[in-house]
Design a protein around this ligand. Sequence first.
Ligand code: HEM
Length: 156
Amino acid sequence: MLNYLKILLIAGVAAICSFGACNKEKAEEPPQTQTTLFERLGGIDTISALVDQFIVNIAGDEIINTRFAPTISDPARARLFRLNLIDQICAGSGGPCTYKGLTMKAAHKEMNITQAEFDALVGDLVSALDQLNVGEIEKKELLRILGPMQAEIVSR
Ligand code: HEM
């Protein structure tokens, strides 16, 4: 009889656990950790719109817009720059893109970019993120991905 009760008890616990009630950690995990930053940003459409706004902001930024004048005034060059930025943000945030451009070191070589210029460009990106109503968490995550590139870009 005692053995029969034991078997019933074990079977009962196993049944409850199989419905997930025993896996406390899994049940409490926030859904956010299961999706990539790419997905939470809104995918390729939001990233494309973000890059477009970013370029508009750069073009209007008196601290750095002369740097980008040759790029912006040449449609083929502007198109490639835009696509490289989209791929870079898409790939960096866990999306299904491959960045095919130069390394940050090679792309900015001999440009003598200053810290003030770098900060201005990051400011233009932050403005674009705000203009597109990107959430604070996603904004910080994206800046945390791009921020370390500073070491390869700023050279004076
Ligand atoms: C986190 C900061 C930055 C990122 C992620 C970034 C990203 C890029 C990328 C992806 C390219 C294209 C590379 C290629 O053609 O293969 C590029 C090119 C370029 N970047 Fe940056 N950049 C940053 C900061 C800056 C700053 C601070 C400046 C100057 C103020 C700057 C000026 C340029 C210029 C002039 C080009 C050449 C564009 C062209 O091809 O005509 N970048 N950058």
